[in-house]
Structure formats: structure tokens, C-alpha cells
Design a protein around this ligand. Structure first.
Ligand code: FMN
Length: 436
């Protein structure tokens, strides 16, 4: 039976091929290749693919952070010969892009830069998201997740403090910044009056005005939203919050407490209200579960499969960011007077150094000042950052044994990964403190 079907299918395909003149077949193929963003198929059958790079880093469909006032150039490459490329910004007030792909970061916010590549085989677009940080932005008191430069916000609404207990543990575990939501009009202390007012707000689909404002929501990629269950649902003030900000592209993670009611209705309501967000599985406890939060909350967070920067005593003071070729590495810093002096220097602002290749093992460049030396015999490896003669910083990507000062190490990086960012020849490298 199967064989008969296969034969029939073959006959139909053959008949179609004969019926469709070659010119028509070609024009059908070209018409498909003429517009839209999806992968196109050329006459030879191979798909047209487009990649965006900043320096040597592939930034296609990624988020790239820039400081307001700086520029970066995007280069589009394609699997076919390019006839022309046009660049477009989704938000020119945040970041503009020139005809040549130079992105100018203007003010804090996010903008999507789309490059449309035209080839003889058709056109295709690719994008990179640019997150602009304010030039004079106050340092974030909490470190962000270890995976990238994004930050975590924990917003919570509470009356008697149960939800805050969950928020505290999330903050401890993730390093996120806690913000308590408060309304302009305070709720009554009296429980029965509160029940009535909450019911009135629910039946009237009210949006109580919020006193709490989030200054730089665009800087947070992950937002935990906590609340008590009120009349089987999320309190209306939390809906005000969810509708007041743009959650496009953010991860929203609800958590709540209740006397006994299920959180399901409220989770669905959060999902519906946080437009454009990816809403994760939420956490819920009843009053009976409040005593187990120390284990239940971390277990839930672990189950979300995300990487957090747990708050460790002094952790943020012992690392430095090293940015080259569009890639940012984190270096663990040594404990000596040279590092202390370097940190004092970096507190004034990031240090950008032009570094040159030396002996196929390192990039070296002048600091522009002299730092105290703590020389010792060191055999370097990929990622070691060294102070040479007190006035030059060196990033090693290969081995060398010498008497010099240890500054720190980019942990877990290979020679190949480093060289990908550092490139061959001269490179501009920026050193900055994690808080910046
Ligand atoms: C106005 C109001 C309505 C409530 N509605 C419910 C409910 O429908 N179901 C429930 O199990 N608990 C309900 N509760 C109890 C709270 O959800 C519960 O005590 C919660 O843990 C309080 O969190 P909080 O201390 O962060 O305010 C309600 C409490 C208030 C004040």
C-alpha cells in the first residue's frame, strides 16, 4: 500500500514539473526571494543567511550594551554577495545608526538595529538589540546575573510582610534590587475595611495610582513581581505596575502568598498584563508554608534554570570588567597594593588602553600613570592580567615566566576565546569596575 502511494506522489511531482515552464519555476523562486525576513532559497538551493558583527563578535539577535555618547560599528555579512545594506533603528532617540552601520548611543533605553541585506538572490534582515546605559548613571547597588550585564529587579506589594519574606530570599539568592510597591492612597489598617476596599477595587477594575516609581526600568532584564492574593487574584495595584512599564523582551517572574487560595488566577493575570514579557513559572506559598521559605524559595529559583550572582561578602569589589572587541570578560582581582591603586583609578571612570601584541603571547599597553609594584615570579596562562614595570597592563593569552605583578585573572577563558575578542595587532581594551 505504502509503495503505491509513493509511486503516486512521484507521478504528481513529475507532472507538475513538466507542466510548469522553466521560466515560471525560476520566477516563482525569485518572487519568494524578493521580500521579508525569513531565510530565502537561491537558484542553487542554498539559503541566504545574514550575520551582524561588532568588531569580531557575532551580535546577531543579541543584546549589546553601550554607554550614552559612545559609538560602535555594526558590520553585516551574508552567505551571498551583498549588493547593498540598509540599517534602521527602532528608536532613534535612544540609538541612531548611520548608512554605514555606525550606532550612536544617545540616551538610556533600548533600540533594535535592523540591517537589511540585498543580494541578487533576494533580501534578508537581521537585528541586534542595543541597550544604552546613561553616561552618568548611578552605580547599581546590586550586581546583575553572572551570564551577562543585565540586572534583576524584585518588585513586591505587601500588607503584613509575608510577601516581603519571599522577596528577601530572592534578593539574597539573585543579588536583585528590592523595591516595595506603595500606592499614593494608603490602604486602611483595619482588616475588614481593607477587605471591602480591595473588593471594590476588584469589581471596579481599578488601577490605584502608585507612589513607587522605577527610575530605569530599561536597565532590568528580569523582574520578579510579588504580591499577596487578594480575593483570589492579584491586587489591583500590582496591575497598575504591570501596565505602567514596558516589559517587552523582559523576563517576568511572579511570586505570591495567600491564606490558602490557589495562585493560578493571579499568575494568568500577571501574564496577561505584562505585555511582551516572557512570564516564568511563579512561586506560591500559603501561610502554613511560610516557615519553609529558606528552602522552598531557593529550590524554586534553582528550578528556573537561570544563573544568578549570589550576594557574596565583598564580591563586587574583587572583580573588574575587561571589554575588548565587543566582548566583556570578568576578571577576579588579586589582593595587593597594586590592585588597590588600580581600583582607586577605576573608581574615577573606566580606563581605556590601546594594547599591542607582543611575542605572540600577550597584549600590552600603557596605563598612563605609575602603580605600586608587587613583583613575584609568575608563569602566566590565558586570562592572566599583569602589571609590568608599574606602568603597563598586560593581558596574557599564552604562557610566559617573568618577575612581575599579578593584577587578576579572567577565569575560565581559553586562548582561542581571548584571541577572538582581542584580535590580531592593536586593540582597544577598557577596564572598569563591576559597579560601573
Ligand atoms: C484584602 C485581602 C484579601 C485577601 N484575600 C485572600 C484570598 O482570597 N485567599 C487567601 O487565601 N488569602 C487571602 N488573603 C490573605 C493574604 O493573601 C495572605 O495573608 C498573605 O500571605 C498576605 O501577604 P502579605 O503579608 O504580603 O500582605 C487576603 C488578605 C487581604 C488583606
Amino acid at each position: 500500500m505504502k509503495k503505491i502511494w509513493k509511486k503516486c506522489l512521484l507521478c504528481i511531482i513529475c507532472a507538475l514539473l513538466i507542466a510548469m515552464p522553466l521560466a515560471e519555476l525560476r520566477s516563482a523562486c525569485m518572487a519568494e526571494a524578493a521580500g521579508g525576513n525569513s531565510a530565502k532559497t537561491s537558484k542553487t538551493g542554498s539559503a541566504l543567511s545574514v550575520q551582524l558583527r561588532i568588531g569580531k563578535t557575532n551580535v546577531t539577535k543579541k543584546t549589546c550594551t553601550m554607554k550614552a555618547g559612545t559609538t560602535k560599528t555594526i558590520k553585516a555579512t551574508a552567505s551571498k554577495k551583498i549588493s547593498s545594506v540598509t540599517y534602521k533603528s527602532s528608536n532613534t532617540k535612544v540609538a541612531s545608526v548611520s548608512k554605514k552601520g555606525t550606532v550612536r548611543a544617545k540616551k538610556a533605553g533600548t533600540a533594535k538595529i535592523t540591517a537589511t541585506v540585498k543580494t541578487k538572490q533576494g533580501s534578508k534582515s537581521a537585528w541586534v538589540k542595543i541597550r544604552v546605559r546613561a553616561a552618568q548613571q548611578a552605580p547599581d547597588p546590586q550586581p546583575g546575573p553572572a551570564t551577562d550585564e543585565s540586572s534583576i529587579l524584585i518588585v513586591y506589594f505587601t500588607r503584613s510582610g509575608n510577601t516581603e519574606k519571599i522577596a528577601d530570599i530572592i534578593s539574597e539568592k539573585t543579588g536583585g534590587k528590592k523595591v516595595r510597591l506603595e500606592t499614593v492612597k494608603a490602604y486602611p489598617q483595619d482588616y475588614d475595611s481593607l477587605l471591602d476596599i480591595a473588593m471594590e477595587e476588584k469589581t471596579g477594575n481599578a488601577r490605584p495610582e502608585l507612589k513607587t516609581k522605577i527610575a530605569h526600568m530599561e536597565n532590568y532584564d528580569t523582574v520578579f513581581v510579588g504580591y499577596p492574593i487578594w480575593h483570589g487574584d492579584v491586587p489591583m495595584a500590582v496591575l497598575t505596575f504591570l501596565e505602567e512599564y514596558d516589559f517587552t523582551g523582559k523576563k517576568v517572574i511572579p511570586f505570591c502568598s495567600s491564606g490558602s487560595s490557589s495562585p493560578d488566577t493571579s499568575f494568568a493575570h500577571v501574564k496577561e498584563s505584562a505585555k511582551g514579557a516572557e512570564v516564568s513559572r511563579g512561586f506560591w506559598t500559603t501561610s502554613a508554608g511560610l516557615g519553609n521559605l529558606a528552602t522552598s524559595v531557593p529550590a524554586w529559583l534553582d528550578g528556573l534554570g537561570m544563573t544568578w550572582n549570589e550576594k557574596k561578602e565583598g564580591a563586587e569589589e574583587n572583580t573588574m570588567k575587561v571589554t575588548a572587541g565587543g566582548t566583556t570578560f570578568t576578571a577576579a582581582l588579586a589582593d595587593n597594593s597594586s590592585v588597590t591603586a588600580l581600583k582607586e583609578l577605576l573608581k574615577k571612570g573606566p580606563l581605556t588602553i590601546r594594547m599591542s601584541d607582543y611575542a605572540s603571547m600577550e597584549k600590552v599597553g600603557p596605563i598612563g600613570t605609575h602603580l605600586p609594584q608587587n613583583d613575584e615570579q609568575i608563569t602566566t596562562g590565558a586570562g592572566d592580567i599583569i602589571l609590568y614595570q608599574g606602568d603597563s597592563l598586560v593581558i596574557y593569552y599564552d604562557t610566559n615566566s617573568w618577575n612581575f605583578t599579578r593584577i587578576g585573572k579572567i577565569e575560565g577563558v581559553t586562548k582561542e576565546e581571548l584571541l577572538k575578542a582581542l584580535g590580531t595587532g592593536d586593540v582597544t581594551v577598557t577596564f572598569s569596575l563591576q559597579q560601573g
